[in-house]
Ligand binder design. Sequence first.
Ligand code: DAK
Length: 257
Amino acid sequence: MELIKVTDHYAPAVALIELNRPKELNALNPQLMGELRDSLVRLDKDDTVRAIIITGNERAFAAGADIKQMADKSAIDMLVLDQFSTWDQIRKVKKPIIAAVSGFALGGGCELAMMCDMIVASETAQFGQPEIKIGTIPGAGGTQRLTRAVGKAKAMELILTGRFISAQEAHFYGLAIKVVPVEMYLQEAVTLAKEIAAMSPIAVQLAKEAVNRSFETHLDEGLTLERKNFYLTFASQDQKEGMAAFVEKRKPEFKGK
Ligand code: DAK
């Protein structure tokens, strides 16, 4: 891995992926995205990992797709390159992913953060979809995920003006789950990841799938999936352990079985 750094066990059962093109503010080129996809697919299959954090550095989570590499591409070049298949594979990761964001999360960087399950932001984080300023529009889900996260009016404003919003605004609009001082954002994400990693990984996976489905389908179908996933948890030892531990007034020990 050249453009990302992966620590499989940064904390117990928690993997950390650091985007690592600092000079380019972590601009997302195909190589970086390929490395990210490969690592996520691998970690998704690793039973010793139960939660994943993606982060950048204090100055930038990622300032977008690499404009310099995209600038002179034709529509057919883009079609043949088919970078969307990489993004789609990332979207399909079953384990919980937390974005720990400091500095710029712009364009594809904001879209990557929104593809994660939760965003923890530092006070210095700035979010935006500035593609309009370079004559294009969001291409990796920004018009859909930002709108679902912050509502139509705010998303329209941000996407049509390219204006950035602060971490506080992102929190106010429900994009970031919390804002903490810059020296704490990674630790805060780790604390959250550890809390989730202590749960039944089976229940976490089924819950993530059900919550995500609420964005993709109508209520009836979403409720049907939720019910099936609920029933499915009763086929796990973890459900028996969780409920037995409650009755016996002790801490459960979930094995992912
Ligand atoms: N691409 C390439 N290089 C970038 C970059 C980017 N997105 N953002 C920053 N850099 C580079 C700068 O060119 C500069 O490089 P040098 O000049 O030093 O070689 C270096 O990073 C430092 O940046 P600045 O000197 O500009 O630093 P400032 O603090 O003055 O400004 C800034 C920071 C973030 C406000 C500014 O750099 C900026 O506006 N950056 C561009 C932000 C932007 O427009 N982002 C959206 C890009 S379009 C797709 C998936 C996704 C997408 C498309 C397709 N498929 C799956 C097909 C997404 C598209 C986008 O994200």
